[in-house]
Design a protein around this ligand. Sequence first.
Ligand code: GRF
Length: 190
Amino acid sequence: MKKLTGNINVCVFISGRGSNLKELIKYSKKNNTNWKVKLVISNKKEAKGLVYAKKNKIFNYAIVKKMPQFEKKALNYLKKNKINLLCLAGFIKILSKEFIQKCKFKIINIHPSLLPKYKGLNTHERAIKAGDKYSGSTVHYVTAKLDSGKKIIQTKVKVLKADNPSSLAKRVLKAEHSIYPKAIDIVCEK
Ligand code: GRF
């Protein structure tokens, strides 16, 4: 895939906590990256990530609408803010093929499993149930097929004997915080 060059305006779609969003903002500031989080959109008003965006003076909107109204409104904000890269971080809605086609820029997502294993929900529970030695997280390009686009970066996390889905989720999340910014660095040439 062709890399992005120049100054990249990033938009992050969230639905809740927004810990990955927070790390992206922190990383880009600290490392003076050629990409900056310019816009944050949530489909939930109460998403904590919106508060963090506000604190950092990043344009932020809650679009509490069903599809396709959500996508229509989001597309307007993306255009208005000249976004060149869309990052999904804990965004629970599934984007339509039409929306993906209309976005003339790349869309990437972070998924808490070692894709192609465990697409969809309850990934940690499924990894533990299967007796997997490792779980982890993957940043990948978004296509119309759920959690199936080309892999950008992946990190492995050991599954411990005593793990339950929430203890494993905690360690995987920590690992996600370090790979997501790196994935954007890979997509955006320095
Ligand atoms: C992450 O584990 C991510 O992989 C998944 O949702 C979680 C989002 O966490 N898609 P946060 O909102 O970034 O804290």
